[in-house]
Design a protein around this ligand. Structure first.
Ligand code: PGA
Ligand code: ZN
Length: 438
């Protein structure tokens, strides 16, 4: 068979932070090749697939030679002779060979790079663009982008506590227009930072460095940037990734920048105040990854008007998504392939989100590569939303630009998802205390 896997080769390459990561090349019987590259998180969920690192002194302990050897010595012999078109079958073999609940034997970085290489090879062998191969004849639309304007948290040396200050161009009618709006807001934010003499370069995902006196000041400047770009009145809304596990210790939420600590109830009250005051449409990981009661309370209080996203809380795990939906936690799931460790498990988590009538957001990691497959996943799996960091640095821009090319290729697509994938009644009027006071 032409799509039979005849070679699997693992190598070490380098990610967007200049750290080692795993690349896998798969060759099929007809000579077709596919290449997968593992991304890497900095603020990782405790329950996600293990990112296997060598430890020790070399490359700060981040080297991946062990994971690369796992691909070549353990994985490769099991995959030879399998059909690359049977992604599920290949991924089941990876799961079985690993044999642990969290890919700790082979490393989630080894398994996701292998699984993605098989996916790329299969699409190429089919003669289809990746998104179309993944779509399996279902209708797809271009996703609503979420673009980071200020970085923070673990991506900016904890300069501010909140990790991502993003915008969602709610009023856009196409992917192309959506990116153009985000570009104007990114530029306006840069101008505001320059005026404040606070423009100090960018954080890990390309967002402006968060040189602010308080977390809330970042929200205020972002709201100003949206208006300066002519996108007030609901044309663009704010999305926050709180990544709260990063500043939760001993039962308390601790904002290092402001020297304040909060019990869960007081922390949620602070978030509700921000939601009233600024045009916030989406909040990710508002509470720590195991704070189920906090997540349920937050979802009950604001889930009808704000998208409540689980990232570290759900770790791209179908069972966790189903469980959270039953427990009244979250109304959207972040989908990161390397949290799951294989393409099939990633898709299962997304389908669990669709089953719960949730929003689904395909997402990059803070450590990325030049691979653009997550854009294709967002389109082919009809995720509705895509989050790949800011509007700078080519490991990010490559993914946004790929969406433009897919949109231009047109024919089989049912247009742009807009806000239809966001599971809340849109705050279209942008009516908040901040805008009312202007
Ligand atoms: P990470 O951050 O890739 O560093 O985990 C991204 C996110 O939290 O969404
Ligand atoms: Zn997150």
């Amino acid at each position: 068979m032409q799509s039979t896997i005849v070679a699997v080769a693992g190598h070490r390459i380098w990610d967007s932070r200049g750290r080692p990561t795993v690349e896998v090349e798969v060759t099929l019987a007809d000579g077709t090749r596919g290449r997968g590259m593992a991304p890497a998180g900095a603020s990782r969920g405790a329950h996600e697939a293990v990112d296997l690192r060598d430890g020790g002194m070399r490359h700060g302990g981040f080297d991946v030679m062990h994971a690369v050897r796992n691909v070549n010595d353990i994985v490769a012999p099991h995959l030879l002779g399998l059909d690359a078109l049977d992604q599920h079958g290949v991924d089941q073999v990876l799961v079985a060979v690993d044999g642990t609940p969290n890919k700790s034997r082979l490393g989630g970085n080894a398994t996701i790079a292998t699984s993605m290489a098989v996916m790329h090879a299969a699409a190429a062998a089919s003669g289809l663009p990746l998104w179309k191969y993944l779509a399996e004849d279902t209708q797809c639309s271009l996703p609503m982008p979420e673009v980071q304007i200020f970085g923070g948290g673990a991506h900016a040396g904890q300069r501010v506590d909140i990790q991502d200050f993003l915008v969602m161009p709610a009023g856009s009618g196409s992917f192309d227009e959506a990116l153009a709006i985000c570009a104007e807001i990114y530029r306006a934010a840069g101008e505001l930072m320059a005026q404040r003499k606070s423009r100090c370069g960018v954080a890990d995902e390309g967002g402006w460095w968060p040189d602010f006196a308080s977390n809330e000041e970042a929200l205020s400047v972002l709201t100003d940037a949206i208006e300066r770009a002519g996108c007030g009145g609901g044309k663009a809304l704010i999305s926050l990734d709180i990544a709260a596990s990063e500043f939760y210790r001993d039962g308390l939420y601790r904002l290092g920048l402001e020297g304040k600590t909060f019990e869960t109830g007081a922390w949620l009250a602070e978030l509700y105040r921000w939601i009233e005051r600024y045009p916030i449409i989406s909040v990710e990981d508002p509470v720590a990854e195991d704070d189920v009661a906090g997540m349920r309370a937050f979802t009950a209080a604001v889930g009808s008007r704000v998208q409540v996203v689980g990232d570290d809380f759900l770790v791209t795990d179908a069972a966790r998504v189903a469980h959270a939906a039953a427990a009244g936690c979250c109304n959207a799931v972040l989908i990161k392939p390397n949290q799951a460790g294989t393409v099939s498990e990633t898709r299962a988590a997304l389908l669990a989100g669709h089953k719960a009538a949730w929003g689904t957001i395909v997402s990059a990691r803070s450590g990325e590569t030049e691979d653009v497959c997550i854009t294709h996943m967002a389109v082919g799996w009809n995720a509705g939303q895509l989050k790949v960091g800011s509007f700078a640095r080519s490991e990010r821009m490559a993914k946004w630009n790929e969406g433009l090319r897919i949109e231009r290729s047109g024919a089989a697509l049912s247009g742009f998802a807009g806000m239809t994938g966001v599971p809340v009644s849109a705050r279209g009027n942008g009516d908040t205390e901040a805008s009312a006071g202007r």
